[in-house]
Structure formats: C-alpha cells, structure tokens
Design a protein around this ligand. Structure first.
Ligand code: GLU
Length: 422
C-alpha cells in the first residue's frame, strides 16, 4: 500500500456510481433495475471494545456492506486502515459487484473494513480486533451468504483467525468455507497470494498484444509494494520488462536501469519499506505517478490519479490493480489523452477469481495443484478481457465503460429473469 491519502472528499463512491449510471443509460435500464443495482442492500456498522496491551480499552468501528445477492452470495475483502469508513466500504462493495460480474463469477459484491492502524498495533491487538470483528459481523456471513477475504493490511493470518473464530462459534467444527485467502493448511488455495498480480499480468499481456506493444524492455512503474504490487513487479520483470520505480506508504525508489523486485522485497521485509534500497534514488509518490514510463500500475489505494495529476501522467497503459485508483474526472482526462486504462474491475479480478476457486475447493474438500489454478486463472482473465475488449471495439467506448457495460448487462439480465419481489 502506498500513496498520499485522499483529498478532502471521498471520490470513489461517486466515481463507482457515475460509471454505473453511464452504463445504465447506455443500456436503457428500467427504473426498478436502476434502483436495485445502484445501491447496496445491507450496510452494517459495528462498534466493539478491545483490551489493548497497555491495559487501556479502545473502541473500534467496523463495517460490512453487501450488494443485492442477484447472482450469488456476497464476496469481498476486509480492509484495515486508519481512514476506512462506511462510504469507502460501500464504494468497494459496489466495485466488487461489477468485478465479479465482469468475470462471470457466481457472486455479488460485498466488502468489509475496520478503522484501525495495524502498523501501530501489536500482533495480539490485531488478533483481538480480528476475532471480535468477525464475531460481530458473522450474523450476516456464511458460505452461501457472504464470504470475506483479505484486502489492504489483511492476509492469510487474519483469515486463519476468522476461520478459527467462526469454527469456535459452531461448537469447534471446522468451517473453512466462510472466508477465502486462508493459509493452505486451513483450506486455502494454491496461487491465492499472487493471484491479483498474476491475473493482472495475464490481462496486461492481452492488452499489449491488442496494442501491438512489446513487454520486453517496457518501462514499468508500480505504486504500492504489498502483496499485489510486489507480485506484478516480479511477473513483469520475468516477462522481460524493466521496473524503473516503486513506492510504498513511506516513499519511493527509482532506477532507470531497472530494479530487482525480488531483492527489493527482501529489503522491504528486513526494513519495513522499499525506501533506501541500494542503487536507487529516492522519489516521492507524487513524482512516481508522473514518471515517464510505458506501464503504470497503481496497486495501493483509491483516489491516486485525480484531476490534479491526470494531465501529467506519462504512461501509455495504466493497469489498475488497486480498487478505485482513478477518479471520474481523471478518467475522462486520461481517456482524452489516449492513455489505455485497464479498469480495476477487470484488471484486479484475479484475486477474487482464485478466491472463487478456493471456495469451490473447500466445498468439495478436493484441492487443485498450482498449475491447475494458474491455468484456470489465465482462462478466466483472458475470457473476461476479450469480452470487455469486444464491447470496447463494438461500441467505441473506453475500456472502463466497456467493462461496466459487460458487468451491468450481465447482472441486469439475471435480475430481470428473477423479477422484482413485491
Ligand atoms: N480484496 C480483493 C479485491 O478487492 C479480493 C476479494 C476476494 O477475494 O473476495 O478484489
């Protein structure tokens, strides 16, 4: 994760609704469907006290938002962030809804979050928050209701605690199907950790083929060096590209000759940041986004490309591995400037796609090897990309509009078949 956090207003919710409105208008959606699809069904806020290590008690606020479950149970991660709030989680649930639909996954969108700063908490404190939050939101979860997963600042460790908490609430019976992104020992899938990066890489390869642009020698800039940013950097370098700048929340590093992502990850593990990596120059997150490059990969948090910097972006392709990194004003500017944007709901769907595989494997208690997971991920990503590209070319709209048209028409068709209840 990275980035100077947000301007004064949250843009992601407006942005997500704006893109839906554009698609709804083009698709001439009936009024009932617009009401049904534009708003989440359920928004839960929970407040709970946690004993901190120093003996004090702190109140934490958590959220879980679910869209209407038209084509399947809710699906989406849980984020820990000091600025997370209900509106952000709502926007992220909506993005999950369209993301699942673009890829044809049998899920609807959901998202969760706890307002906290895990960087300033002990492991014990994070565990207590996780268990209590899970217990509080469990009333609206379930393998056929809503299945959480990791997101910013959460991972397999937190998912393991959630499985344990849920299992303890079921008389100790093992309940792996309630969350995905778990450690493999607890019913997790091969390939889940690198899935968002790998999925993004498959989509990038398809894009470059379409644009007749070679990955070999291409200059790549990555914002964010968590699970997603570090994986995409590795895949790009393995594919012959050069990663020339990388950042995280503390700052960035640049080297026009290329940075080794594996050595950088080791440095980051040792020191807690990419900052001060050998043979690199320091760069701010602001400058990083404006670096002259071929492929820019925002893989941190939302609202990073705004109307303030969109006209200064010097990339040819933007691969949105973060959720909501581009505001709607910026999106328009990028499009007018001829920058090819691979939208978040398509580009970063690899994570939830392997979560889908994990959910399926848990239900069968039959686990696939890594090759099978990767092969199927490639198939899902390639097919999703081609569906969106087809709409992009046929309707002469940008890729984001094409992705929304694909997603919204899919869910609308299902909703129409079901009809409105009462
Ligand atoms: N948090 C990830 C996302 O934003 C993954 C969600 C999931 O696996 O359910 O797509």
């Amino acid at each position: 994760m990275a980035g100077a956090r947000k301007q004064s207003e949250v843009k992601m919710l407006q942005t997500a609704q704006h893109f839906f409105d554009v698609a709804a208008k083009r698709l001439n959606l009936e009024e009932g469907l617009i009401v049904l699809l534009r708003h989440p069904k359920r928004k839960l806020i929970v407040n709970f006290p946690i004993k901190m290590d120093d003996g004090s008690v702190t109140n934490f606020e958590g959220y879980r938002v679910q869209c209407h479950a038209i084509t399947g149970p809710g699906k989406g991660g849980i984020r820990y962030h000091p600025e997370t709030n209900l509106e952000e989680v709502e926007a992220l649930a909506i993005l999950m809804n369209w993301k699942c639909a673009v890829s044809g996954l049998p899920f609807s969108g959901a998202k969760g979050g706890v307002r906290c700063n895990p960087e300033k908490m002990s492991v014990g404190e994070i565990e207590r928050v996780t268990r209590r939050y899970a217990a509080e939101i469990a009333v609206i979860l379930g393998p056929d209701v809503d299945i959480p997963a990791p997101d910013v600042f959460t991972g397999p460790r937190e998912m393991a605690w959630i499985v344990d908490t849920i299992s303890m609430h079921h008389h100790g019976e093992f309940m792996p199907g309630w969350v995905t992104g778990k450690p493999k020992l607890l019913g997790g899938s091969e390939g889940r950790e690198a899935a968002t990066g790998r999925g993004g890489y498959f989509v990038l390869l398809e894009t470059l083929e379409h644009l007749q642009f070679k990955l070999e020698g291409a200059r790549v800039v990555v914002q964010g060096f968590g699970n997603v940013g570090s994986s995409i950097a590795r895949f790009c370098v393995a594919g012959g590209a050069k990663v020339i700048a990388v950042s995280d929340v503390r700052g960035g590093v640049a080297n026009a000759k290329g940075i080794d992502p594996v050595a950088l990850k080791e440095h980051e593990r040792r020191t807690g940041s990419v900052v001060d990596f050998k043979n690199t120059e320091a760069i701010t997150n602001k400058d990083l986004l404006e670096t002259d490059c071929d492929i820019l990969v925002p893989s941190a948090i939302e609202d990073q490309i705004t109307k303030a910097n969109a006209h200064k972006i010097r990339a040819k392709v933007i691969l949105e591995l973060a959720n909501g990194p581009t505001t709607m004003e910026a999106d328009k500017i990028l499009h007018e400037r001829g920058i090819f944007v691979i939208p978040d709901i398509l580009a970063n769907s690899g994570g939830v796609t392997v979560s889908y595989f994990e959910w399926v494997q848990d239900r069968y208690r039959y686990f696939w090897d890594a090759d099978r997971v990767d092969e199927r991920l490639e198939q899902f990503m390639t097919e999703a990309f081609r569906r969106v590209l087809q709409t992009h070319l046929r309707d002469k709209v940008d890729m984001r509009t094409a992705a929304y048209l694909t997603a919204v028409s899919h869910v609308a068709e299902a909703a129409r078949a079901r009809g409105l209840y009462a």
